[in-house]
Design a protein around this ligand. Sequence first.
Ligand code: 8LE
Length: 467
Amino acid sequence: MIETSVKNKLLHQWPPKYDKEYIPDLNEKYWYKDIETASREELDEIILFKVQKVMEHAYNHSPFYQRKWNKIGLHPHDIKSLKDFEQVPITTKADIRQDLEENPPFGSNVCVPYSEVHRIHGTSGTTGKPTVFSFGKDDWERIAHQHARIMWSFGMRPSDLVFIASPLSLYIGSWGALIGAERLGAKTFPFGAGQTGQTEKAVSWLKEVKPTVFYGTPSYSLYLAEKAKEQGVDPKEFGFRIMFFSGEPGAGVRSTKRRIEKTYGCICIDSGTMAEATPWMSNTECEHRTGVHLWLDVVYTEVVDKDTKQRVPYGGEGVPVYTPLERTSQPVIRFWSGDLTTWTDEPCPCGRVYPRLPKGIYGRIDDMITVRGVNVYASLVENIVRSIDGLGEEFRLVVTRENIMDEVTVQCETLGTRADGELEVQISRDLKRETGVNFKIKLLPLGTLERTQFKAKRVIDNRDFRS
Ligand code: 8LE
């Protein structure tokens, strides 16, 4: 079945109503060819229409945004171009947290009546008050639809069986992957992760059931591979065709991507924005894996300077700021991610109009360590550690301050196949070449560092800033 002229509809209808039964012809490359291969001008026209509508909706239904915008005399009617939109104030996690404190339990930004709330989710963070998310049913269906559409772009089809290997609780990642796969018509296996003994069980289930697609965190996939090998199973035996990831850097780090693809014999797809910006798959690689595409008609993503907050040109480095364009139940407008990336509008062989983050998201502003004036991200070290023969996958960066000098020790595990001295020299030389900084190296036996079944925390900052 072909749905005609979606582009035209998107310029006249908000929130958009999509055909619930539609899927493209099986050998069709695009879900909505007319949008995905539109010109940049046509895409911007759709984005502007949706930006205006979602702002109007927020202004009419969200006391949170009314307060925020009234304070500075901003009205959605003032936004006549995407350039105007760049002046709309940013919304931060702290703003949302404060609102939740003042308006418990759901905050003052839920724009549908309580009776229409369909799903409650939350952040899985361990510090502070968790953030609560309320999704209306229509939003939930639109999220599923957009995720299905994006999954199509990396080659998922209804004949696939998708193994979901991340926690099926508060974490919106697992649910977003699940409902997208269901909407696409694929079979799903919501296995979960995080319980004691679950990974060993995963190995035997995978051998039997043979899912064709995997979803989880990159750290977890490497841990699963380790567990499989311990049981004498080659991870290639699972038969994954596609493995897609969100939640942390890794799938966009060159050497990690290569390791995952080699270990499993699959293609490795990077994806993911933030829970608040759901549909979080709006940043996702296509089958060509040239970096995540920004599906701008789904979530309007801008990359802005971390200090001035002004948009950076293509080629520049900055912080992604997200505006989901179809959310009626809990819209967020220009949501600050705190992540770091670079973007480009150079074409991709897939032919889509969407710009890309060629290196994905490679760091967080608050996780970046500045060592003697040089900015160092865990993912940069990851890229080097995982490209060196003789090292395991796991590593840590431990930062200490001796007198007034910062020292960073890179701890990594050896496979025992090469002499320690030789490895130390290579690690230090490669790190120095990439970063210009001298690191201390500490080699540990395989299996020493703690593994995670979810998102890894690899930077340990032991500096005491009080003295
Ligand atoms: C580099 C996107 C989702 C639902 O999987 C998720 O992890 O959302 P959550 O829990 O709100 O965490 C968002 C943060 O995880 C981002 O700000 C970023 O720091 C990190 N993150 C998520 N996906 C990626 C990522 N970092 N690459 C990714 N693909």
